[in-house]
Design a protein around this ligand. Sequence first.
Ligand SMILES: *Cc1c(COP(=O)(O)O)cnc(C)c1O
Length: 373
Amino acid sequence: MNESYVEIDIDKIIENIQNIKRINPNSMYCAVLKANGYGLGAFKIAEQVEEYIDYIAVARLNEAISLRKAGIKKPILVLGAVYFKDVSKCIKYDIDIPIIDLEYAKKINDSIDEKVNVHLALDTGMGRIGFRDYEEDKIRELKNLENINVISAFTHFSTADEADTSYTEMQNDKFIKIINDINNAFNLEFVHIANSAAAIKHNINRDMIRVGISTYGIYPSDLLKEENNVELKQCFSFKSRVIFIKEVEAGTSISYGRTFTADKPMKIATLSIGYADGYIRAFSNLGEVLINGKLCKVVGRVCMDQMMVDVTGVDVNIDDEVIIYPDIYKEAAKIDTIPYELMTSINLRVPRIYKKSGKIISIDNYIGEIYED
Ligand SMILES: *Cc1c(COP(=O)(O)O)cnc(C)c1O
């Protein structure tokens, strides 16, 4: 058995997709599988849920190509800019890309001799990539570029997970205006705007929703979790194991730098997980894990490959299972981050174990297998 691992429950992902589709019944579902499926494994998830979705989005071209090479057939959109010299590969592998400005489009147009399918990236307020609303003339110039086949346009929300909806409405209004103004020129097949938050909280969905975090059963923010507009089930659990247990006297210090000293006799367990597995070092003296139903505090600094927790008064044995994020929202907030970062930080050293109908269907060991076949 592996010391630390992530379990991914495919049934829960499918349920989340179905629940989100139910409240967005007229939109195609684009599963956002960037960053290796938010750390959970893009290919395995794509393979298992392909029949429930319409589109896949990733962040990088290599993510898109690896899904294609692995046999994924659904349309794939790369969300970030692809280096113009690599765009011929998008044609070869049938991958859509965003057009982020006119100069970029011209470079791409000149570097290929076939049409590439593109989605216009519109910056309505995210401030990241894309054409601004006063650049409609530049957008229209794309018509003169024979290899740029504009099939869609999209924008991205900056605050759709927050209580104040005014900025989201402003972005949506800008998007509608640009689309109306340019639609005659391009005959867009479809447009898309919503991330998880917009698909769950706002009734803004358009032709396709781009759902990342909530596909995996996580609400985009604490607010959306409280509002509970849709039932989501966290599809993964990050687990580790107790490898060592000791009783310590008052005055015993624990881990690097002696940032923790026992003020009374304590029982301390050492776990086989550290920051190199993706358990961020900022959790030193802050994080909590669950062992046999009891919350146990991280004591001392998180090391690269191990860490210590307080198991005083807890019934615990060597090899007992440890749940690393008993409440991922609460743990993320403790170190001023979000579940997205905790998920995508889980290192590739940690095997991913996939379950369906309660059975293990596969195990991905990126670094190496323990058991030889
Ligand atoms: C990451 C991303 C999404 C998905 O966001 P979630 O909050 O995870 O649903 C959608 N669209 C774009 C452009 C993104 O970069």
